[in-house]
Design a protein around this ligand. Structure first.
Ligand code: IFM
Length: 445
């Protein structure tokens, strides 16, 4: 029997926000509208970095089809839309003059949301770093903090009167560690000094932007972090220690900086020699007060010691649970863990949102329909954990599904389909999947 979405609005607090999320580079089309080149364009133009060399130059052509896409959000019954502005579109050189065509596009988009009764949730940085800034060292260069604050002010000056919430960053772990230590994302570095600098400078840039936005009188400012549930792959002390360190790098570093004015000691053991000079002096800025925390959650990882003596000496082990098409195990309990843990150990009464949750499926369009049963089951199981967390006292204010559309899944290209809506990348035709129809039923109830 086909799965159905089991919960509806009545199962959540009255003011609870349901939304869906996307990001600029993954859907807009970076070749349109005077957008500057970003480090994702150059990363993808380098052989071997992305699947089949695919990039976001056309993506979902959302730049031209935004009205149709907003209709899909409204018609599903979502309250809010989490979108990002592209730094490279707004400031093609990364500093100096703004691209008016780019700002006009975001004006139309935000007005389009308001006309449809959709609440705009802005993210300022979802990875499209202007290429000229990458040439200057990108997140390795301390100067980027001031430039990011300038960019934040440009965007907020134009859109700030109409948005309901603004996040500085999406997923600092991906910006810093995945991209500068593991080398999977732009700029594709595998260098501990580069990674340590990026781990610190993203947080410094976050704090500088928060201060700049406060100074303009902006409100409801937050930051979005992604967490992965790290479990020891076996009972050995070595695996337990490896899982703990993985958790520190992934989950405790960024929360520690923003909410405790400190980095976790176990991670400093490895990173401190590589951090920029006087890093300890930046916590007044890094810990500038925010109004909310966004949590992105997808999966857990089984972790073991990698048998080497080179820090961090951790490795992932394949787990036994059901997987999605990106081979991520489905582990809904991890979402409950992070919601309750973040509140207990870091955020207290601060509102929390689940800003991303969802999955990539082996979705096939057959006779005009996509039966994405696995996604419906995934959403049910995670929504149940959301509800549990609320029952346990977490001040959880909303839940956003990643993603509205099938889109550019970074180095994995266009094969990995996370959307509630199927996109045919030849014709750009949008086809709502069964999960979209199921959610429409649940959200209207
Ligand atoms: O597609 C990404 C998104 O850009 C950031 N969060 C995770 C998603 C799925 O990998």
């Amino acid at each position: 029997m086909s799965a159905t979405i089991a919960l509806n609005r009545a199962d959540f607090p009255e003011e609870f926000t349901f939304g869906t999320a996307t990001s600029s580079y993954q859907i807009e089309g970076s070749s349109f509208g005077g957008c500057g080149m970003s480090h994702w364009d150059t990363f993808a133009a380098t052989p071997g970095n992305t699947m089949r060399g695919e990039d976001g130059s056309i993506a979902c052509d959302h730049y031209h089809r935004w009205a149709e896409d907003l209709d899909l959000i409204r018609d599903a019954g979502f309250d809010a839309y989490r979108f990002s502005t592209s730094w490279a579109r707004v400031q093609p050189l990364g500093s100096g003059a703004a691209n008016e065509e780019g700002l006009d596009f975001y004006d139309r988009l935000v007005d389009g949301m308001l006309e449809r009764g959709i609440s705009p949730y802005l993210t300022l940085y979802h990875w499209d770093l202007p290429a000229p800034l990458a040439t200057l060292g990108g997140w390795q260069n301390r100067d980027i903090a001031g430039r990011f604050a300038d960019y934040a002010q440009i965007v907020m000056k134009r859109l700030g009167d109409r948005i309901d919430a603004a996040a500085t960053f999406n997923e600092p772990w991906c910006i810093a560690w995945l991209s500068h230590f593991l080398g999977h994302h732009a700029p594709g570095l595998r260098d501990i000094r580069a990674a340590a600098h990026a781990m610190h400078h993203t947080l410094l840039a976050h704090g500088r932007a928060v201060e700049a936005m406060w100074a303009m009188g902006a409100s409801n400012i937050g930051v979005v972090m992604n967490f992965e549930y790290a479990q020891a792959a076996d009972d050995s002390d070595a695996s337990r220690a490896a899982a703990r360190l993985y958790d520190g790098i992934y989950n405790r570093w960024f929360l520690g900086g923003v909410f405790r004015r400190a980095y976790p000691l176990d991670v400093l053991d490895g990173l401190e020699p590589h951090l920029p000079a006087n890093w300890q002096d930046d916590f007044d800025t890094i810990a500038a007060p925010v109004d909310w925390l966004g949590i992105n959650y997808y999966t857990r990882k089984l972790i073991a010691d990698d048998g080497t003596s080179i820090w961090p000496a951790v490795r992932e082990v394949e787990g036994p649970l059901e997987k999605t098409s990106v081979d991520w195990e489905i582990y809904p309990e991890g979402l409950h863990h992070f919601l309750t843990w973040a509140q207990r150990d870091y955020t207290g009464d601060l509102p929390i949102y689940v800003t991303e949750n969802g999955m990539a499926g082996h979705d096939v369009l057959e006779q005009g329909a996509v039966n994405d049963d696995q996604r419906i089951r995934y959403l049910n199981a995670h929504l149940e954990q959301v509800r549990r967390a609320i029952t346990h006292g977490v001040p959880l204010k909303g839940y956003f599904i990643w993603s509205l559309l099938d889109n550019y899944e970074w180095s994995l290209g266009y094969d990995k389909r996370f959307g509630l809506v199927h996109v045919d990348f030849d014709t750009m035709k949008r086809t709502p999947k069964r999960s979209w129809y199921q959610l429409r039923g649940a959200l209207s109830g």
